[in-house]
Design a protein around this ligand. Sequence first.
Ligand code: ATP
Ligand code: MG
Length: 366
Amino acid sequence: SSSGKKRYNITLLPGDGIGPEVISIAKNVLQQAGSLEGLEFSFKEMAVGGAALDLVGVPLPEETLTAAKEADAVLLGAIGGYKWDKNEKHLKPETGLLQLRAGLKVFANLRPATVLPQLVDASTLKREVAEGVDLMVVRELTGGIYFGQPRGIKTNENGEEVGFNTEVYAAHEIDRIARVAFETARKRRGKLCSVDKANVLEASILWRKRVTALAAEYPDVELSHMYVDNAAMQLVRDPKQFDTIVTNNIFGDILSDEASMITGSIGMLPSASLSDSGPGVFEPIHGSAPDIAGQDKANPLATILSAAMLLKYGLGEEKAAKRIEDAVLAALNKGLRTGDIHSAGTKLVGCKEMGEEVLKSVDSQV
Ligand code: ATP
Ligand code: MG
């Protein structure tokens, strides 16, 4: 363009509960951090989840999926609430999220677990163990035992019911998640730990073989392997040993929840879901928190940090991402805390005030 600015299209999906509150703040922060780096965003806001059900009767309207596909990245708030809990499966808000992920083919889920120095006491672990934890779990999201065939419940020859699932990974599925993980490790501290159960599971044997072969293309990344049972233990024994962890769908489901609890602050944790070529979905790991929705109590930092991940992992705009991360730290350093991270000696603020402070901090970095 004539202004020489880089332009990006962002589709915003505020969703339900506290979603709209945190998205409107994250949008402003994203816009401001971007503009300081010469980026111009064009935002399109679309309905998803319960909001879409109320509006048009489906949790992921066709126009919403189209707008998501056409965007450079998608920033999502949260989905669900008591109101729709009794709906049939295809009319549940959460089904809209699953359809969005499937429609965008996002196979790589990135979940950082960082213990910030200002929030060490929120950790479920002892201070000396928690201090300095900064790790990222890269979870395969579209394959493995959650989707593998055959699956079902059958009656066997003795007339007894048998339930079964199948862990299936094709070489190309392992390679593409491993590539995302190596690239992620490269943007971090250059250490990658691949977690599997190769002493027992066939799919894990192939997993380890493919990841090991790919390592030759990433000589700057230090690769190690760990069995999942040991990894679960090491995560609470000495989480500082980890930088980037890559693992399959089911192990990643469990380990990423375990890792997030180390930090103890659900209102602080962002996530990214990435595909090969299309836009990624960036969202806080928390839910719609209907208990505090509309009360200006939500912590907007998880969504603001998701906007930072959007810049870093979705658009490759690392400088603008860093501006947001620094602004979040600056707001915390001033002692501002929302209810979920509040402790003695800090200042209790609402969602808006926290957002305003982060926005001011982005500005003062010029
Ligand atoms: P979901 O099934 O969508 O993950 P959930 O009910 O399991 O939802 P959340 O909606 O994340 O979990 O809420 C869990 C608790 O954490 C609630 O008490 C909620 O108020 C609180 N909470 C979640 N997100 C935030 C936030 N951003 N700021 C403050 N409190 C939050
Ligand atoms: Mg839940």
